[in-house]
Each structure stands twice: as C-alpha cells, then as structure tokens.
Ligand binder design. Structure first.
Ligand code: NAD
Length: 258
C-alpha cells in the first residue's frame, strides 16, 4: 500500500507499544517514519532501521525527551518538519490526589499534554507551507471519562482532547486536520506494568485482574490492539477523513458507550 508515499510521519514515544504499532501501520501505508523516545540506544536505532527495511520506507530514530520543551521542538526541527504528527508519548502514575507526588504530576502533564503543544507549534508551519497536514493525538478513554487515583493522567488526557479541538479550529480550511484517538485498554508495557500493583490491591491473580478489573470496563471484553490504533491513524491520514477534524475517535470496545 502506498497511499502515504512521500509523506513523513513523526511519532513521539514510538519505541514500544501503541507508538510502535502506529509507526508500523504508517510505514505499511508507505509513509517515511521518524521514531522517538528519550533513550538513545543502538537497539532504538536498529528498531527503526528494521521497520524501514521491512516496509521499504525511510525510517530513522531521533532521541528526544518529551518532558522538555526544547527537546520537543528539536525533534520536529531535526526531522525537517513533518506531514503527519502523532503525539503518543505518555506515562502513568496511580495515587490519590492528596498523596500524589507533585513531581509526578508535573512530569505527567509535561509528557502527556504539553509535549503535544510544543511539537504542534513547530510542525504546523511546515504543514501550512505544504497545504496538507495531519495531527493525531493519542488521548485515552480517560480523556473522556474519569476514575479514581489517576488525576494527572486524566487531567492531561482531557487536556489533549481540548488541545486537539483547538488546533482543529485554528487550522480548519488549510488542508490540515487534528483529531484525538481515545483507546481503551491495549496490552502494552504501560498496562503490563500496572498488573502487579492491581494484583496486590485486589488480591487477585493476573488473569482475574485482566478479566474482572481491566476488561470489566470494556463491554467487548477484549483488549484493543496496537495495529487497530495504528489503522485508525492511517484512516485519519486518508482522503476518507479529509473532513474529519476536531473530534475524538474511541477505540475502546464500547467503554465510553456505557
Ligand atoms: P508504552 O509504555 O508502551 O509506550 C509509551 C512510549 O512513550 C514509550 O515508547 C516510551 O519510551 C515513551 N516515553 C515515555 N516517556 C517519554 C519521554 N519523556 N520522552 C519520549 N518518549 C517517552 O505505553 P502505551 O500503552 O503504548 O502508551 C502510548 C500512549 O497511549 C500513551 O500516551 C498512553 O497514555 C496512551 N494510551 C494507552 C492505553 C493502553 O491501554 N495501553 C490506553 C489509552 C491510551
């Protein structure tokens, strides 16, 4: 498939999980891809090289820490701008508001929300110059709903939804769209890392936590896959979605319909 041939996509936080799945699907659709995370290991660069080889596209890895404004800007500048920007980097911390460490609050807001502002601020002029661009922000079902103990994550993801709508309004009619994807649970390293704590809190084994705590939120009773999130990004970059802007697309097995 070459629908996105000639386009360059930057995907933040893409050396694992959903970001890597998004990079795979964009490359499969013919886009050149820039992978990113804050580490700068040989295996990060190898990951990009392998992806590029498999899909016959240009692929590179640029290390940049999305908690830092200057790194966010440098990522887009080093990439030489981009046609498709996917803001995906994200972290999570679980604690009640009155025990939530301030430094964790600041870090989550910086990585999960502010990075999307900084990257877009640099990427949008490149997109305007070409009269075409796609900004896709990976929010969450937690960008539309709340649950206890995830205040920073939920505040950040609600912010991502609001930022996406604002960018959409500021770019409407310029060949640029901006949307937020709101996944439910996807079994990635971020979710895997929560399972041991949930096992302790609930006194359950792994399978019971997955079935009764996590998938209990999702009427489909199934995890979404990274390929499905990536496919939704590809759809938003396709001509079918030219008039889709300023909205959220839930990929959550019915979570937010409840
Ligand atoms: P993950 O831990 O596999 O991926 C997170 C990515 O962000 C990794 O590549 C990590 O290296 C990168 N990252 C972390 N800190 C960074 C920093 N300072 N600078 C640059 N990159 C950084 O988790 P995931 O589940 O794939 O999460 C990806 C996105 O999807 C996040 O924004 C998350 O909130 C969102 N999301 C995930 C789920 C889910 O169930 N997995 C559900 C809804 C939304």
């Amino acid at each position: 498939m070459t629908m996105l041939a000639g386009k360059t996509a930057v995907i933040t936080g893409s050396n694992s999980g959903i970001g890597l799945g998004v990079a795979e699907e964009l490359a499969r659709a013919g886009a050149d891809v820039v992978l990113n995370s804050f580490t700068d290991r040989a295996e990060d660069h190898d990951l990009a090289a392998d992806l590029g080889r498999r899909h016959g596209v240009k692929a590179r890895y640029i290390a940049a820490d999305m908690s830092k404004a200057e790194d966010c800007r440098a990522l887009i500048e080093t990439a030489g701008g981009c046609d498709i920007l996917v803001n995906n980097a994200g972290i999570q911390h679980v604690a009640p508001v009155d025990e939530f460490p301030v430094e964790k609050w600041n870090l989550i807001l910086a990585i999960n929300l502010s990075s999307a502002f900084h990257t877009a601020a640099v990427a949008l002029p490149f997109m305007r110059a070409k009269g075409w661009g796609r900004v896709v922000n990976i929010a969450s079902a937690h960008g539309l709903t709340a649950s206890p103990f995830k205040s920073a994550y939920i505040a950040a993801k609600h912010g991502v939804v609001g930022l996406s709508k604002t960018i959409a309004l500021e770019t409407a009619g310029q060949g640029i769209t901006c949307n937020a994807i709101c996944p439910g649970y996807v079994l990635t390293p971020l979710v895997e890392a929560q399972i041991p704590d949930q096992m302790k809190v609930h006194g359950m084994d792994r399978e019971t936590v997955i079935r009764e705590v996590m998938l209990q939120r999702q009427p489909s009773r199934q995890f979404a896959t990274t390929e499905q999130i990536g496919g939704t990004v590809v759809y938003l970059c396709s001509p079918h979605a030219d008039q889709v802007t300023g909205t959220t697309i839930s990929v959550d097995g019915g979570w937010t319909a409840l």
